[in-house]
Design a binder for this molecule. Structure first.
Ligand code: NFS
Ligand code: SF4
Length: 634
């Protein structure tokens, strides 16, 4: 039955139907055309590292057992994995670097479109980076925060400031003792990549260990990305908004902002409000309607309540509505296919980063110093495109789903403080200890054509909530759980177990919501996973343990990207059971598979749970949570 569905979002299903009718190719058509996918690649048994290859090793059959250079299956799989991790880390790093650099320019008066919006956060961050803030003005502190952050890329002396800021004391000790505490970002990434060069490291255990060091470097960069974004754009607070493809408006110029980095989308929103009248003059009665896609969408949703149209897998389909004037993209998770889809409509695809051009798109070069000019140009292009909209092709689905967003770490702590102002985190840890909340699961990660779009997220979140497990979400999980109606008070009343419902109601009532908090707390974009790490850190400190003892787990039931892979890896390395719902390309090596799913537990306390079936996955995650509760004596 489920095989007949591609997505569980009805607004997506109606666009799939329209795409079929109009003969427009989608990601699912390309997935089907790719079948059967190569078994060597699927299991990680293919090496293309040098030009003697490709080598495909056959661990079970009668084929070769080693590559031409003699690399065995464990080495091949571990090297491939490490390379993916390095790419994921690099992507997070570029994101963080752009923001840190812009903060530096703001402190030097060089980037007019931006300013320090959240001074409190700036001071909090400065202190966490061990900077002295006494007698310094905002711009001076901003300069020191930005400089310290940028130094982390190639720091020669001292400690990796952001890694220091993001880990618990106990975890730092552990990583130092294991020799796996990174010194800086650049050296760690280069070290990992150089190990994988032909004829370099051929010890799979040591390759995997360097992956753990890299994972710490990654979580540090992600924390930098989130925290510096909050300084420039504001720390999110709870906000009501809507989600799914019905957020497009027939009588507006619809601009979809897609990608990851808030530097661009924030300024486009500013420009849109200034040019709204021009849009109306062009005939769009409702002016400009900005909607978000993927993590850019999450950034805008959490800070400004901008509606989130959809997540990764369905980005093309948004244009099939025939009502999108422009899809503006920056970087990461942008399917090259959007250009072909747009060509069937009047939609302009606008790329913006010189280092992330999209073949066939209109490029408007974006730089922080001239951000407003670029944003104005983008809006002008969208207004221009509106003149070419073909009304006969327009079909916007009905029924936007409401959703609450904006649960930053600070927002969660302030909400808990409503019940105990002196010791907010104890509200959470007491309810965990007394069993009202059995544990916490963070949903993150992508969509994948190997899974019915959004199905696993929604199925699992409902089941976990029923078991009184608190669910939080980031990244494309937000798209799934928001469009699935689970970021609402109604969902809490309908699906949460009795004791979880009680706690969420006490908090919601205290916050003046006249009812519970939403069943799923929306913590933002993918980089914002580090907001959850801060909650974990506080809870661990309160309970006097490290994170690896907490009844907290991560689930990425539909993951695909290299970024999501390294996030899952740091989840494990900081001590959390981490579920993945897609079989990773490592199964050709029993050494690597066993390390990830078992061996990692002894070293780090966390491990990977690989389970494609969502209900089985819930059982396995719950079993991990319960065994941690028993170990804690609660
Ligand atoms: Ni995360 Fe966000 Fe989505 Fe996956 Fe891509 S948009 S950063 S990588 S696909 S969750
Ligand atoms: Fe083959 Fe070794 Fe070259 Fe990989 S590095 S392609 S296993 S020869």
């Amino acid at each position: 039955m489920l095989e007949n569905y591609k997505s569980v979002d009805p607004t997506v299903s109606s666009m799939i139907f329209k795409a079929e009718k109009e003969n427009i190719e989608t990601v699912w058509d390309r997935h089907d055309a790719m079948q059967p996918q190569c078994g060597f690649g699927e299991t990680g048994a293919c090496c293309r590292i040098c030009w003697k290859g490709p080598c495909r090793v056959d661990p079970l059959g009668n084929g070769p057992k080693v590559g031409i250079c003699g690399a065995n299956i464990d080495v091949i799989v571990a090297r491939n994995l490490l390379r993916s991790f390095a790419v994921g880390t690099s992507a997070h790093t570029e994101h963080a670097r752009h923001i840190a650099h812009t903060l530096l320019e703001v402190s030097q008066g060089k980037a007019d479109a931006y300013k320090v919006k959240d001074k409190k956060k700036l001071i909090d961050v400065a202190k966490r980076l061990n900077l002295n803030v006494e007698n310094k003005d905002t711009l001076q502190i901003a300069k020191e925060v930005a400089t310290t952050s940028l130094e982390d890329f190639g720091r020669l002396d001292g400690e990796y400031a952001w890694a220091n800021a993001v880990l618990t004391e106990k975890r730092k000790e552990k990583m130092k003792n294991l020799g796996l505490m990174p010194k800086n970002l650049g050296g760690t990434v280069v070290d990992c990549l150089s190990r994988t060069h032909v004829g370099s490291e051929s010890d799979p255990a040591n390759l995997l260990a360097s992956g753990a060091r890299l994972a710490i470097a990654d979580v540090a960069m992600m924390a930098m990305g989130t925290e510096l974004s909050d300084i420039l754009f504001g720390t999110p607070t709870p906000v009501m908004t809507t989600s799914n493809m019905a957020v497009l408006k027939k009588d507006a110029i619809n601009i979809a902002l897609h990608g990851h980095n808030p530097l661009l989308c924030e300024v486009v929103c500013d420009a849109a409000s200034l040019l709204n009248q021009k849009a109306k003059d062009a005939g769009a009665k409702e002016g400009i309607n900005i909607v978000g896609v993927c993590c850019t969408g999450n950034e805008l949703m959490e800070r400004h309540g901008v509606p989130l149209a959809t997540n990764y897998l369905t980005q093309e389909l948004l244009m099939v509505t025939g009502a999108v004037e422009a899809m503006v993209v920056d970087t990461q998770c942008i399917m090259p296919a959007i250009v072909e889809t747009a060509s069937h409509y009047h939609t302009r695809i606008i790329s913006t980063l010189d280092e992330n051009k999209i073949g066939g798109a209109t490029h408007v070069s974006f730089h922080p110093q001239t951000a407003m000019q670029s944003a104005n140009k983008i809006i002008e292009l969208a207004i221009e495109a509106y003149a070419n909209r073909d009304d006969s092709k327009v079909e916007i689905p009905n029924g936007a789903q409401k959703a609450m967003s904006g649960f930053s770490y600070e927002a969660i702590i302030s909400t808990l403080a409503l019940l105990n102002a002196d010791d907010p985190i104890s509200v959470l840890t007491d309810n965990i200890a007394n069993g009202n909340i059995q544990g916490i699961v963070l949903f993150g990660g992508c969509n994948n054509t190997k899974v019915v779009h959004n199905y696993n997220y929604i199925t699992m979140a409902k089941e976990l909530a029923k078991k009184n497990i608190l669910v939080v979400a980031t990244g494309c999980a937000v798209g799934a759980l928001a469009t699935g109606g689970l970021m609402t008070q109604e969902a809490t009343l309908e699906y949460a177990g009795d004791t979880l419902k009680e706690v969420l109601t006490a908090l919601g009532d205290a916050a003046g919501l006249k009812g519970p908090l939403p069943m799923v707390l929306n913590m933002g974009s993918c980089v914002d996973n580090t907001r959850v790490v801060r909650v974990c850190e506080d809870a661990a400190n309160k309970l006097g343990v490290d994170i690896d003892k907490l009844p907290i787990a991560i689930s990425a039931p539909e993951l695909m990207s290299e970024k999501a892979q390294i996030i899952g890896t740091w989840g494990v390395v900081i001590g959390l059971p981490t579920h993945v719902g897609v079989i990773p390309p490592v199964t050709a090596s029993s050494f690597v598979t066993n390390f990830l799913t078992e061996g990692a537990k002894d070293l780090f306390g966390g491990h990977f749970i690989v389970e494609p079936d969502p209900l089985e996955a819930v059982e396995k995650i719950n079993a991990s949570i319960q065994s941690r509760r028993i170990a804690l004596g609660i």
